[in-house]
Design a protein around this ligand. Structure first.
Ligand SMILES: Cc1cc2nc3c(=O)[nH]c(=O)nc-3n(C[C@H](O)[C@H](O)[C@H](O)COP(=O)(O)OP(=O)(O)OC[C@H]3O[C@@H](n4cnc5c(N)ncnc54)[C@H](O)[C@@H]3O)c2cc1C
Length: 439
C-alpha cells in the first residue's frame, strides 16, 4: 500500500467559479465499492477518459475519484484558452517542430469539446475568438514572433501580423510592439466548462467528489483508499496531472509550477469607451513565464495570468497572493493606463505541470494502468485529448491520434532533488532575465 502524501489544496479564490451559480457537489465516497474501471482526477483529462470509457464499454461500471470539488482544480481555474497550435511554454519553435501531430490532436480536442458543449448545452461562454501571440519589446518580436511567423508560413497556417494602430484598435491598448493573430483558439470560462462536463457524464459513470485517494495499492486489481471508503477495480486511468509521481508514476520526470490568475470587475461603459470598444480577445505572451496572458472577456472583464514559480511542494503561500495581485495591478497600469480605477474581483493560484522536453506523460504504465498527465500548461486541449486517448488505448480501440500523441515523446528524466531545485531555479532566473523586456 503506497501512502499518497501530497494532496491537491487549491485556494478558494477561483474567480471563474465566483461568476457561476452555486453547484451541488456529488457526494464523497463512503464505504467499499467495486467497479470495472477507476479514474483518478476529475479535471479535463479524467472526465474525458471516463466519458470515453463509458462510450466504449457501455456495460462497465466506471468510478471517478476527485480529491476536491469539480472546478476547484486547475481545470476550473486556468485562463480559458483552448489552444489549437503549440503554446510556447519553453519555446514555441521547438514545439512547432512536432506541430503536425500536435495540431491534429489539439483540433480533435476542440472538435470534441465543441460537440459536447453543443449536445449538452453547456453554457461556458464558448467563443471562437482566435488569439493574439504578442510581444511587448523589439527583442520579443525578433526572438519569438518572427521565428513563429516563419513556422506558421511553413505550416501554411493562416495568421495576421499586426502592429501599430491596427493592433492597438484590436486590443484597446498600444502597449504591444506586434502580435500574430491566429483564428483557431477558443476562449471560454473553464470552470463552467468543467462543471458542465462533470454534470453530464453518462449514467454508468459515478463521480465521487471530495474523495482524495490517500492510499494506493496498484496491484491487479487496484485498491484505492479514500478517507471514508475504497474502490477496487481491475483497470485504472490516472489523471492527476503533476501529482502522478505520488502514485509512483513518472517519478523524477514532472516539474510542478504554480501560476496565478486575476479577474477585474466588468469595465464601466466609460472605461470600455476608453479602450475603443474592442471585441473580446485573448492574448498569450511571447514569453510564457516573463510575460502575462491577458483577456478581455465577453462580460468586459480583464484577466491577467502572470507569475510562474517552481513549486515542488505543491504548496502556495496564501500571503503571497496579495503580492502577486499587486504585480497584476502593475501590469494593468502599464498596459492599460487609461483605466486608472480598475480593480480586481479575485486573484487565485493554480498548478501547472511541465516536463523538461515538453512531452506529455501518456501511455500504459502497467498492463492494467494507463496515465494521461503533464500537459505543459495547455491542458484544456491536451488534457481532453489525452484522457480520451487513454481510454482508447486501455480498451484497445484503434485511433490514429494515439500514434500522434506518442510521437510527442515521454517526459525526460530530471536530476534528483535538491540538484533539480537548484537547476530549475537557476534556469528559470536566467529565462526571466533574458526575457525581462516582455514583463
Ligand atoms: C492560472 C492557470 C492558467 C492556465 N491557463 C491555461 C489555458 O488558458 N489553457 C490551457 O489549456 N491550460 C491552462 N492552464 C493549465 C491547465 O489548467 C492544466 O493543464 C489542466 O488543468 C490539466 O488538466 P488535468 O485534468 O490533467 O489536471 P487537473 O485539472 O489538475 O485535474 C486533476 C485533478 O486530480 C485531482 N487529484 C489530484 N490528486 C488526487 C488524489 N490523490 N485523489 C483524487 N484526486 C486527485 C485534483 O484535485 C484535480 O482536480 C492553466 C493553469 C493555471 C493554473
Amino acid at each position: 500500500m503506497r501512502p499518497i502524501r501530497l494532496l491537491p489544496s487549491d485556494d478558494a479564490c477561483n474567480g471563474w467559479n465566483a461568476l457561476l451559480p452555486p453547484r451541488a457537489a456529488r457526494p464523497a465516497l463512503r464505504g467499499d465499492v467495486t467497479a470495472d474501471w477507476v479514474v483518478v482526477g476529475a479535471g479535463f483529462t479524467g472526465l474525458a477518459a471516463a466519458r470515453r470509457l463509458a462510450e466504449l464499454r457501455p456495460h462497465d461500471r466506471i468510478v471517478v475519484l476527485e480529491a476536491q470539488t469539480v472546478a476547484d482544480g486547475s481545470s476550473g481555474r486556468n485562463s480559458g484558452f483552448a489552444i489549437d497550435l503549440p503554446h510556447n511554454i519553453t519555446s514555441s519553435v521547438e514545439e512547432l517542430a512536432l506541430s503536425h501531430a500536435y495540431r491534429r490532436l489539439a483540433r480533435a480536442s476542440i472538435d470534441h469539446l465543441r460537440t459536447l458543449t453543443t449536445r449538452h448545452a453547456i453554457a461556458c461562454d464558448w467563443t471562437d475568438s482566435g488569439k493574439y501571440h504578442a510581444a511587448a519589446s523589439a527583442h520579443g518580436v525578433a526572438t519569438v514572433l518572427t521565428p513563429t511567423r516563419q513556422e506558421l508560413d511553413r505550416l501554411e497556417e493562416p495568421y495576421q501580423w499586426l502592429e501599430g494602430a491596427d493592433l492597438a484598435a484590436r486590443l484597446g491598448t498600444g502597449s504591444f510592439a506586434a502580435a500574430l493573430y491566429t483564428p483557431g483558439t477558443v476562449l471560454l470560462n473553464p470552470a463552467a466548462l468543467v462543471r458542465g462536463l462533470a454534470d453530464t457524464l453518462p449514467d454508468t459513470v459515478t463521480l465521487y467528489e471530495q474523495s482524495p485517494v490517500v492510499q494506493a495499492d496498484l496491484g491487479s486489481p487496484v485498491l484505492l483508499t479514500t478517507p471514508q471508503g475504497s474502490v477496487r477495480a481491475p483497470r485504472m486511468v490516472l489523471a492527476v496531472n503533476g501529482l502522478a509521481a505520488q502514485f509512483g508514476i513518472f517519478r523524477n520526470r514532472l516539474l510542478p509550477f504554480s501560476t496565478y490568475g486575476s479577474l477585474t470587475r466588468p469595465l464601466t461603459g466609460a472605461e470600455y469607451d476608453a479602450l475603443g470598444r474592442p471585441a473580446p480577445w485573448g492574448l498569450t505572451p511571447a514569453h510564457a513565464f516573463a510575460g502575462a496572458t491577458l483577456r478581455l472577456t465577453n462580460d468586459r472583464r480583464l484577466l491577467v495570468r502572470q507569475t510562474v514559480e517552481y513549486s515542488p511542494a505543491f504548496r502556495r503561500d496564501a500571503g503571497h497572493r496579495a503580492t502577486v495581485a499587486a504585480r497584476h495591478r502593475a501590469i494593468l497600469a502599464r498596459r492599460f493606463p487609461m483605466l486608472p480605477d480598475i480593480t480586481f474581483d479575485s486573484t487565485w493560484s493554480g498548478m501547472i505541470c511541465v516536463s523538461q522536453n515538453g512531452a506529455p506523460g501518456f501511455g500504459a504504465v502497467a498492463p492494467h494502468i494507463t496515465a494521461a498527465v503533464c500537459h505543459n500548461g495547455a491542458g484544456v486541449t491536451k488534457g481532453t485529448i489525452g484522457g480520451l486517448l487513454a481510454a482508447d488505448l486501455a480498451c484497445g480501440q484503434d485511433n490514429p491520434l494515439i500514434a500522434d500523441l506518442i510521437s510527442l515523446g515521454q517526459p525526460q528524466k530530471v536530476p534528483p532533488r535538491p540538484f533539480l531545485d537548484i537547476g530549475v531555479r537557476a534556469r528559470f532566473a536566467w529565462e526571466l532575465w533574458t526575457a525581462r523586456h516582455e514583463a
